[in-house]
Design a protein around this ligand. Structure first.
Ligand SMILES: Cc1cc2nc3c(=O)[nH]c(=O)nc-3n(C[C@H](O)[C@H](O)[C@H](O)COP(=O)(O)O)c2cc1C
Length: 305
């Protein structure tokens, strides 16, 4: 029996549930085309802000025994410097293009989102969860009033689907997800990195120039799966699972917890670009083996008795 791998994220249809996570290779149209050719069902750009940002000086990434800790500091060309890349990506891609946006105020988030949508982005992902840049990211996403204002202003300004990417560094992520959904979010991405650090025992100093960064990779998968499970119990919009997906079994676990799609970041470094196709095929075989017709039949299955 032929299994359907296509999933809907609001009005956005993906041919399969794998997506490129923001910040990991989504810097150029050519690279995003390559990722799509390797089987990703959608691609998400690096987070783009209102102005160019250099990011932090090195070291910005450290490998630990359980994953990467990064504090790149959101390096990006700013939305005006990225518009041509969005237009070019739209010409090259045959999968949906999601542009990740950030700002320091609700008005800045809105201005960046409007420009990205006008350039052709199929959806926006609002980054309210970066763990290491002051006055944006998780500082916005941890504050329900500001989050509500950001999401509702972006929603009022663009007609494209709006995804909200949340931080796991909160007491109750489901409550935050509910705020985002009540403000108009079409989907929730869960999660961004877990706040972390590493110290060099010879120099006795933090390794990252920013001292604190965000942990990604296998270590955070159980945290992110729990976040997706909790959010699924609280809201009705689609959830995109993210954190430590490296094999098809990881993706299936997220889907059973309630995710309609999964994003993949760190595993590209450890598994290579073919990770998207391999995971999609693994999900397909699993769904068929379990006797279902479509991947959407197993979304949230672990909640049923
Ligand atoms: C080097 C690096 C850069 C990242 N940059 C961004 C970013 O610009 N915007 C964002 O929302 N998330 C960013 N992230 C977080 C990832 O999108 C993802 O949420 C996180 O790494 C967990 O997924 P993973 O374990 O599959 O990597 C970055 C992660 C890494 C490792």
């Amino acid at each position: 029996m032929k299994v359907s791998l296509s999933v809907d994220l609001g009005r956005l249809r993906l041919a399969n549930p794998t997506m490129l996570a923001s910040g990991v290779l989504g810097y150029s149209a050519a690279m995003m085309q390559k990722i799509a050719e390797c089987g990703a069902g959608a691609v998400v750009t690096k987070s783009i802000g209102p102005k160019p940002r250099k990011g932090y000086s090195n070291p910005t990434v450290v490998q630990t025994s359980s994953g990467l800790v990064n504090a790149l500091g959101l390096p990006n060309p700013g939305i005006d410097g990225f518009i041509e890349e969005i237009k070019e990506a739209k010409k090259l891609l045959d999968v949906p293009l999601v542009t990740s946006v950030y700002g320091y105020t609700p008005e800045e988030y809105t201005a960046v989102a409007k420009k990205a949508a006008a350039a052709g982005a199929d959806a926006l992902e609002i980054n309210v969860s970066c763990s290491h840049v002051k006055e944006t990211g998780s500082e916005i996403g941890q504050n329900p009033e500001t989050l509500q204002e950001v999401v509702s202003k972006v929603k009022a300004a663009v007609s494209r689907p709006v995804f909200v990417k949340l931080s796991p560094n909160v007491t109750d992520i489901a409550v935050i997800a509910e705020v985002a959904v009540n403000a108009g979010a079409d989907a929730i991405t869960a999660t961004n990195t877990v706040k972390a650090m590493a110290i060099d025992i010879e120099t006795c100093m933090p390794i990252l120039s920013n001292k604190v960064g965000g942990l990604s990779g296998p270590a955070i998968k159980p945290v992110a799966v729990r976040c997706v499970y909790d959010i699924y119990e609280k809201v009705k919009v689609p959830i995109i699972g993210c954190g430590g997906v490296a094999e098809w079994q990881d993706a299936v676990e997220f889907i059973l917890a309630g995710a309609s799609a999964v994003q993949i970041g760190t595993a590209i470094a450890t598994r290579g670009l073919n990770v998207f196709r391999r995971i999609a095929r693994g999900i397909e075989a699993y769904v068929a083996r379990k006797g279902f017709e479509s991947v959407s039949d197993i979304v949230g299955l672990s909640h049923h008795k």
